[in-house]
Design a protein around this ligand. Structure first.
Ligand code: NAP
Length: 469
């Protein structure tokens, strides 16, 4: 291998990873694990803080899940790693500029948007996406200033049967005292303390066998001391389509969920303060207004039919009812956003790619040097650990391309050039050492209030804290 081709001690491969959530860090883990090519990794994030959904998505009452940060922190301690926080690709630097400075670029930009229900009245005040609520209680700067009128809400609906629906339901149903020691944002805790929510209806468009939540998560709702989980035994009678489908497609999650909910449906409510009602085979079809904001929802009963591949799909039965509600949270999945300069698959809401190589649909060829991983690559599925195999696959493609020299080596391999360019643009880049200082400040603020951490929730607050430190 000649010295001017990347991959030698004198000329390491220069890799940019965009997005510092689990997908980004597991890509870095895989890159550091291989021994064939010396490399230098620069990690970019639009926020001054790293860790993506581990910081801004994982529920505050699930601190163990956040333990993965220790692994990421260790990777960030390597000499050939640098963090470029507070740098947005597409605003502060274009993809074309990244291509000038790096041999390979990996987009681990996740899914920053959410799916809507697409029904009348969805623009009313009081109709929210779960993503907004999750971001708000986790102190994500994008959502920090939203308002959720929990003080004037008695009945709310949560649409969807996934783990995000479970998180949102738990935060609404939990006794706020039990959240006081977590890293929940203080502004959210204040509002939750004043909440008058008494009843939460979770609406699943299919049946218990098709629920996407994991067994642990639904059991957590059933185990809340602050709320009763109400399940109608009639909803637990599996229809013919489901029973036929289950003969070949039963998974342990399905069996565990159906067994748990069937058992639960037979139990008497314990008489806790709040009610969480799990309603199956129903879809909201219209939101109606009252006094200028959400007042009620029309719900339609569904029936399941066998789709072409046998999967039970829902369709409206025409049987409708109206429920008075004051708030709605749709937890029906996320969607990726385009990165300017990178082909996007609009239909699937992710970066156009083939097994991690960014794919140009016009030329039907991989775009040299561009890759993707995580939700931006495969869509919003799986748990944090699912990103390990995904990142390994992308890194394998990157290494293959280096071996075959399917790489356009950067003409600007000088490691200082990108920082200098950002400086000329007045971009206030946050280093990993800066993040560690912010981290220490957040932990200290938390310990003063008996909390794990008190997050900075605005970008300007973070930048001023760093300047003043
Ligand atoms: P998800 O698991 O895909 O669940 C989405 C839910 O929305 C499904 O029940 C889906 O029903 C329903 N849905 C979709 N479109 C709908 C519509 N138009 N009307 C009514 N319902 C609709 O997505 P998620 O909850 O956003 O979670 C994303 C990923 O993050 C998942 O892999 C999840 O496990 C993970 N996560 C994990 C945790 C945890 O470990 N504690 C916490 C949060 C998230 P159908 O099945 O009928 O499509």
């Amino acid at each position: 291998m000649s010295d001017d081709f990347p991959g030698t001690e004198g000329r390491p491969v220069r890799v940019a990873v965009v997005g510092s959530g689990p997908a980004g860090f597991y890509t870095i883990a895989a890159l550091f694990k291989q021994a064939d090519f010396p490399l230098q990794v620069d990690l970019f994030d639009r926020l001054p803080t790293p860790f993506g959904l581990v910081r801004g998505g994982v529920a505050p009452d699930h601190p163990k899940i956040k333990g993965v940060i220790r692994v990421y922190d260790k990777l960030a301690g390597k000499d050939n790693f640098r963090f470029f926080g507070n740098v947005r690709i597409g605003r502060d630097l274009s993809v074309a500029e990244l291509q000038e400075h790096y041999d390979q670029i990996v987009f681990a930009t996740g899914n920053e948007a959410w799916r809507n229900l697409g029904i009348p009245g969805e623009d009313l005040a009081g109709v929210h996406s779960a993503t907004e609520f999750v971001g708000w209680y986790n102190g994500h700067p994008d959502f920090r200033d939203l308002t959720f009128d929990l003080e004037n809400a008695r009945r709310v609906i949560v649409v969807g049967n996934g783990n995000v629906a479970m998180d949102v339901t738990r935060i609404l149903a939990e006794d706020p005292k039990r959240l006081e020691t977590t890293d929940i944002a203080e502004h959210a805790l204040e509002v939750l303390r004043k909440s008058r929510v008494e009843e939460i209806l979770i609406l699943g468009r299919r049946g218990p066998a098709q629920a996407a939540f994991t067994n642990k998560e639904i059991k957590e709702i059933g185990g809340l001391s602050s709320a009763d989980l109400i399940v109608d035994p009639a909803d637990m009678e599996l229809d013919g389509v489901t029973r036929r489908w289950m003969t070949e497609h039963t998974t342990s999650q399905m069996t565990k969920n159906v067994d748990y909910l069937t058992e639960h449906s037979r139990q008497e409510p314990k008489g806790a303060g709040k009610r969480v009602e799990l309603r199956m085979l129903v879809s909201p079809v219209e939101f109606h207004e009252s006094d200028g904001r959400l007042g009620s929802v029309v719900i339609e009963k569904n029936e399941l039919f066998e789709s072409e591949d046998g999967t039970p799909r829902p369709r409206g039965s025409g049987v409708r009812s109206v429920e008075e509600i004051q708030l709605s949270f749709s937890a029906v999945g996320y969607r990726g956003l385009p990165v300017p300069g990178v082909p996007f698959n609009e239909r699937r809401g992710l970066l156009a790619n083939q097994n991690g190589r960014i794919w140009d649909p016009d030329s039907e060829k991989a775009v040299t040097g561009l890759y993707t991983t995580g939700w931006a690559k495969r869509g919003p599925t799986g748990l944090i650990g699912s990103n390990v195999a995904d990142a390994n696959e992308t890194v394998e493609r990157m290494l293959e391309d280096l071996r075959c020299r399917h790489t356009q080596p950067t003409q600007k391999p000088d490691g200082q050039a990108i920082g200098a360019l950002l400086k000329t643009r007045g971009v206030d880049r946050v280093t990993y050492a800066d993040w560690r200082r912010l981290d220490a400040m957040e932990l200290e603020r938390g310990s003063k209030n008996g909390k794990i951490r008190e997050k900075f929730t605005r970008i300007d607050e973070m930048m001023s804290a760093l300047r003043e430190d």
